[in-house]
Design a protein around this ligand. Structure first.
Ligand code: C2E
Ligand code: MG
Ligand code: MG
Length: 878
C-alpha cells in the first residue's frame, strides 16, 4: 500500500498527473489490496493500458477492450470478483512481481520471465513489428538491426528478441505514444511495437505515413501469468476461461476487431450490387473497348488520310515535275518570292544562288519590255478584269541569253483589309516553241526561194498600209509585175534556171526599192510592190526603172537570156479604196500591159476595166457562138514562090457576133483558150478545112495541096482523149492526112508533157504535116527541129514586114531558110504585103508566101472562086 502511495506521489512529482488513468489505477490497486486481505474470492488482474484493441483507456478514461470484456465474462462464469487494472506496462510487471496483483494479462513468455512467473497457455498470437522513420530504408530482416538504437516500451518482451538479433542499444519509453512522439521529433528512428496498438497509435498521431512498418520481428503469443508459487490462481483462471464458450469469445473479438460480413444478410443486395457493378463494369469495359475501337478507327482513318494526302502531294509533285514547270509564289505585300528548283534551273541558277529572291530581283531578270507588259496584265487580273494572269515573257538566263517563258498565275488570297496578298503560278519554258513559231512564221510569210515576203504577208501589209494611208490622208501605189514568157524560159532552160531567174529578178527589184517600199513574190513569176508616200509620187519613173533593170541581159545556165516584165499599177485612193480592189485593178492593168505587147507598164483606168468586162461578156457569148452557128471559116492562100500559084491555104476563124459584127481571132481566140472553148471550136474548123481540102484538091490539081489549121497549145493539153483527136476525126471523114497541115507554136514543143510528142507521132503516122507558126518570136531552142518531124517553118510576119535587102531581118530570114532547107524543111513567109518582100523572099529561096499581097483571108466561097480563077488561068495558059 505504501509503495502504491509512493508511486503515485512520484508520478505526481514527475508531473505525470496528466495521466489520469494512472492515478485511477493506483487508487483501485490500493482498494483491491485491501479487499484481497479481507475476502479470498476476488482477484486482481493487471496489464498494459495502451494495447488496443485488447486493453486501453477510452476517451472517458474507462478501461476497455477484449481483455476487459473477457474478464467480465470470466467473473460471471466463476462468481469471483475481478479487479482489472490497466497501467504502464513496466509498472504492471512490477505490481505482479511485488504481489500487488494476482494475474498479469497480455504477457509474452520468454526464458527470463519464466524464472519469475508461471504462464497460462497462449490464447492469442500477435505480430510484433519493427517500425522505422520513412527516412530509414534497407531494413528487411532482424539481421539489419545490429548497430542501431531501437526504441522500446519499458519491460516489453521484444527487448529479449532484439537482443537475440544482436541489438545492443535501446531507448526506453513508457508507452507507445511517447515512442511515436520521440520518433516524430527525430530522437529515435527505429521502434519495436506490437502491430495492433502500433497501428492504433500511429494513426492517432497522424504518423502512419511517416513511421512505416519494416518487417515482422516475431509472432508474439499472449499469455496470462502469475507470480511463481501462485499456480492455484492460474488453474482458477484456466477453469473460468474454459467456461467461456468459443462463440462468446468470438463475439468479444468481433466487437473489438470488427466482424466478417454476414453473407446471408446482404446476399440479395450484394448480388444486385454485384450485378449492377458487373453491368457497370461490363458497360465500362464495353465503353472503353468501343472508345478504343473508335479511337483506333479514327487513328487509322487519319493515318490513311495522311497517307492519301502524302500520295496526293507526291502525285502532284510528279505531275509538276513532268510538266517541267517552274512554280512561284509572290507575296505582293512584302515582295518576297518563293520558287521551286525547276524555276531556278530554267534560268541556269540554283535556289541557293538565287536567294534571297524578291520582286526586284525577278524584275532584274526579266526583259524590260516584257516586265511592263506583265505588270499591266497582273494589274488587270488584280482588278478582276481577267480571271487569270497569263503572259509570255523573256527572262535572262545565267549565260546571258533570253529564255521565253509562259508565265501564268492567280491571286490566291487578300489581306484582311482586302489588299492583294499572295499570288501563285507557273513558268514554262517555251523558247523552243517560240523559235519553231518564228520558223513557221517565216515559212508562212516568206518565200523560201527569193526570201521575199509572200502573198499572205503582202496581203496583211497592204491592208495595214491602206489603213495608215487613210489615217494620214496619203496616197499609195501598188505595182503588179508579171514576167513575160517566163514559162518558156522555164521550159527551155529547166526549172533550176527558172529558179535562178526568179532569184535574180527579186534581187534586181530589191535594188530599185527604197526603205519604205515593200516587195513580195505573190507566186510563180508574179511580184508586187507597195509604194507609200512619197515614193508613189513618181510611180511612172519607178516603173520604168524596173522595166529597164529587169530587161537587162542575164546569164542563166551558161546562156545569155533576156527577160521582160509587164507591170500593172493601181493607186489609192483614186483607183481603189481597199486592198482587194487595189490588187484586182493592178492585175487588170497588168493584163492590159500584156495585151499591149508586154515589156511595158499600164496604169489602171476605167477603160481597162471596161475592156476587161467586155472580155468577160465576150467569153459568155462565145460559149454559145458555136451552137448558134456564128463561127465562120476563112481561108488565106499560100502561094508557091517558084510558080506564083496558090499551093495551099490557111484556115482562119472568124466570129460573126450578132451585135458586134465580125470579130478578129486575135480578140476571141485568147478568150476561147482561157475558157477551153477553143477545143470544140478547133474541131469545128478542122472539119470545115478537111472537107474543103478534099473539095479543092481537084481544083488545084496538085497532090501537095493542103490546108493549114491552127492548133493552140491549149488544144493539145485539154484534148486528152486520144480517140477523140483530129486523127480520128479525119479518118472518120475519110480525109487523107496529107491534106492537112497542123500549125503549132514553138512553145508547144517545149512542153515536156508526153501527150504532145504522142500526138505529133500520130500526125506523122497518118501523113498529117506540121508547121511551126510565128517562127522566130519565141525563146526556141533549135534542137527541137531535129527532134520532131516538122515539115514547115512559117517565118513570123514581124521579120517579113521589115524585110529590106541586106538588113537584119533579111539576114535572119535567109539564115532561117538555109537552116530549114538543110534540115529538109520548107519555109513559108507570113505577112507578105509587097512585091519587094516577095522578090526578096524569092532571092533567098523561100518556098512559100502568104499575105495580103496575094489575098487576105476570105470566106470559103471566095477562096474557091480564087482557085477556079487560077485553074482557068492555068488552062488558058496552056
Ligand atoms: P496566124 O496563124 O499567124 O495567122 C496569120 C495571121 O496573119 C492572120 O490573122 C492573118 O489574117 C494575118 N495576115 C496574113 N497576111 C497578112 C499580111 O500581109 N499583113 C498582116 N498585117 N496580117 C496578115 P488572123 O486571121 O487575125 O489570125 C490571127 C491569129 O489567130 C492567127 O495567127 C492564129 O494564131 C489565130 N487563129 C486564127 N484562126 C484560128 C483557129 O482556127 N484556131 C486557132 N487556134 N488559132 C487561130
Ligand atoms: Mg497560123
Ligand atoms: Mg502566124
Amino acid at each position: 500500500m505504501n509503495k502504491c502511495v509512493a508511486r503515485f506521489l512520484r508520478a505526481f512529482v514527475d508531473g505525470k498527473l496528466s495521466r489520469f488513468c494512472c492515478l485511477c489505477s493506483l487508487v483501485m490497486l490500493c482498494l483491491s489490496i485491501a479487499i484481497n486481505v479481507s475476502a479470498a474470492e476476488s482477484i486482481t488482474v493487471i496489464s498494459d493500458d495502451n494495447y488496443p484493441p485488447y486493453l486501453f483507456k477510452d476517451t472517458n478514461g474507462n478501461t476497455v477492450g477484449i481483455v476487459a470484456d473477457t474478464w467480465k465474462l470470466w467473473e460471471q462464469k466463476t462468481g469471483v470478483k475481478v479487479t482489472l487494472l490497466a497501467i504502464v506496462w513496466e509498472q504492471a510487471l512490477q505490481q505482479l512481481q511485488s504481489g500487488h496483483a494476482d494475474v498479469i494479462e497480455m504477457i509474452y513468455q520468454d526464458p527470463e520471465r519464466e524464472k519469475r512467473f508461471s504462464f497460462s497457455a497462449p490464447y492469442a498470437t500477435l505480430p510484433v513489428g519493427i517500425y522505422a522513420h520513412e527516412s530509414i530504408g534497407g531494413l528487411a530482416t532482424s539481421n539489419h538491426l545490429s548497430g542501431f538504437t531501437v526504441g522500446v516500451q519499458k519491460g516489453d518482451g521484444c527487448i529479449f528478441h532484439l537482443k537475440q538479433a544482436g541489438v545492443q542499444s535501446f531507448r526506453l519509453y513508457n508507452n507507445y505514444e511517447e515512442m511515436i512522439t520521440a520518433t516524430l521529433k527525430g530522437e529515435i528512428k527505429i521502434l519495436c511495437m506490437d502491430d495492433y496498438p502500433a497501428t492504433y497509435y500511429l494513426y492517432r498521431a497522424h504518423a502512419d505515413q511517416t513511421i512505416l512498418r519494416a518487417f515482422t520481428l516475431y509472432q508474439g503469443e499472449f499469455h496470462r501469468a502469475v507470480k511463481k508459487g501462485n499456480e492455484q490462481t492460474l488453474s482458477l483462471i484456466a477453469k473460468g476461461m474454459a467456461a467461456i464458450t468459443p462463440a462468446e469469445l468470438a463475439a468479444i473479438e468481433a466487437k473489438w476487431k470488427g466482424r466478417p460480413l454476414q453473407k446471408h444478410l446482404y446476399y440479395g443486395q450484394a448480388l444486385w450490387a454485384l450485378v449492377a457493378a458487373l453491368t457497370v463494369a461490363v458497360s465500362l469495359v464495353l465503353l472503353v473497348f468501343m472508345l478504343r475501337l473508335a479511337v483506333k478507327r479514327k487513328t487509322a482513318e487519319i493515318e490513311s488520310k495522311r497517307e492519301e494526302l502524302e500520295l496526293e502531294r507526291l502525285r502532284l509533285t510528279d505531275i509538276i515535275d513532268a510538266t517541267r514547270a517552274g512554280t512561284w509564289e509572290w507575296d505582293i505585300q512584302t515582295g518576297v518570292c518563293q520558287v521551286n528548283h525547276r524555276w531556278a534551273e530554267m534560268l541556269g541558277y540554283t535556289l541557293e544562288t538565287l536567294a534571297p529572291l524578291n520582286a526586284d530581283k525577278v524584275k532584274s531578270l526579266t526583259h524590260p519590255d516584257d516586265w511592263q507588259t506583265a505588270l499591266a496584265v497582273v494589274e488587270r487580273h488584280l482588278k478582276g478584269e481577267i480571271d487569270f494572269y497569263e503572259c509570255d515573257i523573256r527572262m535572262r538566263h545565267h549565260d546571258g541569253h533570253w529564255v521565253w517563258m509562259t508565265d501564268r498565275g492567280r491571286l490566291i488570297s487578300r489581306t484582311s483589309s482586302g489588299e492583294p496578298w499572295i499570288m501563285r503560278g507557273t513558268h514554262i519554258d517555251i523558247t523552243d516553241k517560240k523559235e519553231a513559231d518564228a520558223v513557221i512564221w517565216q515559212q508562212a510569210n516568206y518565200d523560201s526561194l527569193t526570201q521575199l515576203p509572200n502573198r499572205r504577208y503582202f496581203n496583211s501589209h497592204l491592208h495595214e498600209a491602206i489603213a495608215e494611208a487613210a489615217d494620214h490622208q496619203q496616197k499609195l501605189g501598188l505595182l503588179l509585175l508579171d514576167l513575160d514568157r517566163f514559162k518558156e524560159v522555164n521550159d527551155t532552160l529547166g526549172h533550176r534556171s527558172g529558179d535562178e531567174l526568179l532569184i535574180e529578178i527579186a534581187q534586181r527589184i530589191r535594188q530599185c526599192l527604197s526603205d519604205q517600199m515593200l516587195v513580195a513574190r505573190l507566186g510563180g513569176d508574179e511580184f508586187a510592190i507597195i509604194l507609200p508616200e512619197p515614193a508613189c509620187a513618181d510611180v511612172q519613173a519607178f516603173g520604168q526603172q524596173l522595166l529597164q533593170e529587169i530587161s537587162k541581159a542575164m546569164i542563166l545556165g551558161g546562156e545569155r537570156v533576156y527577160v521582160t516584165v509587164s507591170i500593172g499599177i493601181s493607186q489609192y485612193p483614186e483607183d481603189a479604196v481597199n486592198a482587194e480592189e487595189m490588187i484586182q485593178h493592178a492585175d487588170q492593168a497588168m493584163y492590159e500591159a500584156k495585151n499591149r505587147g508586154r515589156n511595158n507598164l499600164r496604169f489602171f483606168s476605167m477603160a481597162i476595166k471596161e475592156a476587161l468586162s467586155q472580155r468577160v461578156s465576150l467569153a459568155r457569148d462565145l460559149r454559145v457562138a458555136l451552137e448558134n452557128g456564128e463561127l465562120r471559116d476563112y481561108y488565106q492562100p499560100i502561094v508557091d514562090l517558084a510558080t506564083g500559084k496558090i499551093a495551099k491555104a490557111e484556115a482562119l476563124m472568124r466570129w460573126q457576133h450578132p451585135q458586134r459584127g465580125l470579130i478578129s481571132p486575135s480578140l476571141f481566140i485568147p478568150v476561147a483558150e482561157e475558157t477551153g472553148d477553143i477545143v470544140a471550136m478547133g474541131d469545128w474548123i478542122l472539119t470545115q478545112a478537111a472537107q474543103h481540102a478534099m473539095q479543092w484538091q481537084s481544083l488545084v490539081n496538085d497532090d501537095a495541096f493542103a490546108i493549114s489549121v491552127n492548133k493552140s497549145p491549149v488544144q493539145f493539153v485539154e484534148q486528152m482523149d486520144t480517140k477523140n483527136d483530129w486523127v480520128h476525126a479525119l479518118r472518120s471523114m475519110g480525109v487523107e492526112g496529107k491534106r492537112i497541115v497542123v500549125e503549132i507554136t514553138e512553145g508547144l514543143l517545149l512542153n515536156p508533157d508526153p501527150i504532145v510528142e504522142q500526138r505529133l507521132l500520130q500526125f506523122r503516122d497518118m501523113g498529117i504535116q506540121v508547121a511551126i507558126d510565128d517562127f522566130g518570136t519565141g525563146y526556141s531552142s533549135l534542137s527541137y527541129l531535129s527532134k520532131f518531124d516538122i515539115d514547115y517553118l512559117k517565118i513570123d510576119q514581124s521579120f517579113t514586114r521589115n524585110l529590106n535587102a541586106g538588113n537584119e531581118s533579111y539576114v535572119l530570114c535567109e539564115a532561117i531558110i538555109v537552116m530549114a532547107h538543110k534540115l529538109g524543111l520548107k519555109v513559108i513567109a507570113e505577112g507578105v504585103e509587097t512585091a519587094l518582100q516577095r522578090d526578096l523572099l524569092i532571092d533567098i529561096h523561100c518556098d512559100y508566101a502568104q499575105g495580103f499581097f496575094y489575098s487576105p483571108p476570105v470566106p470559103a466561097e471566095a477562096f474557091e472562086q480564087m482557085l477556079v480563077q487560077q485553074s482557068r488561068e492555068i488552062a488558058s495558059a496552056r
